[in-house]
Write a new protein. Structure first.
Ligand code: DCC
Length: 241
């Protein structure tokens, strides 16, 4: 259905999620790594610790990197823009010619959550558990994300929930878009604190993927928000515009 992309998503799976802890054949893994290697040189992985990370974020990063050692969890790298091969495929299959022509605008595009300087916006790292179809995101929301004084803006909370839920849906279903996101904001989130966003696939029905999430303090005592979302797998035979 998604020829070029299927290869890449398969590569993502090979690199990310050996099912049941069984590694795919070495040759297949090397080929998948090769597919990704040129991009890794160009783009900096923004999900690795930097000097703006507070001790809570570093601690959670270290704890989950340890959990990755037995293969049950996988660290998801994150770059300033989406993979050039996926973007190319997306443009070719889903964008009208007139939009595709605006190459300059598209070449300047950045992933919204990675468009701030270190420490000012979203500092986050995600880990995925293939067996549980679950993604966790540890996020430290910086001072440029303020809504009420001292607290995060609700739109920034929606953004990081959507980004975590969409990663969960992309891993489970390929190229998807959010069609519905319902959030209950239960407690305000202090600026610069670290929260954990836990997303899981509840159900897949044809092209529909139902994802639920909650946002908690890292000691899990405070439930800040919960959310449900619906993603639709894009149909390459339908134009987006
Ligand atoms: C690394 C890779 C990066 C690749 C790119 C990854 C991007 C991820 C980005 C992060 C997330 C985002 O920000 S996404 C950006 C925000 N979202 C959007 O802009 C999406 C706008 N919506 C759309 O363009 C469209 O709805 C589509 C293309 C998503 C789907 O349109 P479609 O293909 O025509 O599908 P359609 O027939 O309408 O719907 C399919 C089925 O879903 C149901 N359905 C549709 N909408 C809803 C809804 N709100 N609530 C309930 N059900 C719904 C329909 O009834 C139907 O059910 P049935 O009759 O079959 O039962």
């Amino acid at each position: 259905m998604f020829p070029a992309c299927a290869v890449r998503l398969r590569a993502l799976h090979i690199l990310r999620a050996p099912r049941g802890g069984v590694l795919p054949p070495a040759g297949e893994r090397r080929a998948a790594q090769k597919l990704f290697s040129s991009e890794k040189v160009i783009h900096k992985d923004r999900s690795l610790p930097n000097s703006s990370w507070n001790s809570d974020l570093k601690l959670m990063f270290d704890q989950f990197m340890k959990k990755c050692e037995d293969g049950s969890w996988e660290h998801l790298p994150s770059y300033g823009s989406r993979s050039s091969q996926i973007v190319q495929y997306f443009k070719e299959v889903f964008l009208e010619t007139k939009l595709r022509k605006d190459e300059q605008m598209l070449s300047q595009a950045r992933l919204f959550t990675r468009s701030y300087e270190d420490g000012l916006g979203f500092e986050y790292v995600m880990f995925h558990n293939e067996q549980e179809k679950r993604t966790v995101c540890f996020c430290q929301g910086g001072p440029y994300l303020q809504g009420p004084p001292g607290f995060l803006h609700g739109g920034s909370i929606a953004t990081i929930i959507d980004e975590t839920a969409s990663m969960t849906a992309i891993i489970a279903g390929g190229i998807v878009m959010t069609v519905n996101l319902n959030i209950n904001y239960k407690r305000p989130i202090p600026l610069c604190s670290v929260v954990v966003i836990n997303c899981q696939v509840d159900k897949i029905e044809g092209r529909k993927l139902f994802i639920s999430c909650d946002v908690r303090s890292i000691d899990e005592k405070t439930l800040y928000s919960d959310a449900t979302s619906l993603f639709i797998k894009l149909d390459p035979n339908k134009s987006l515009t």
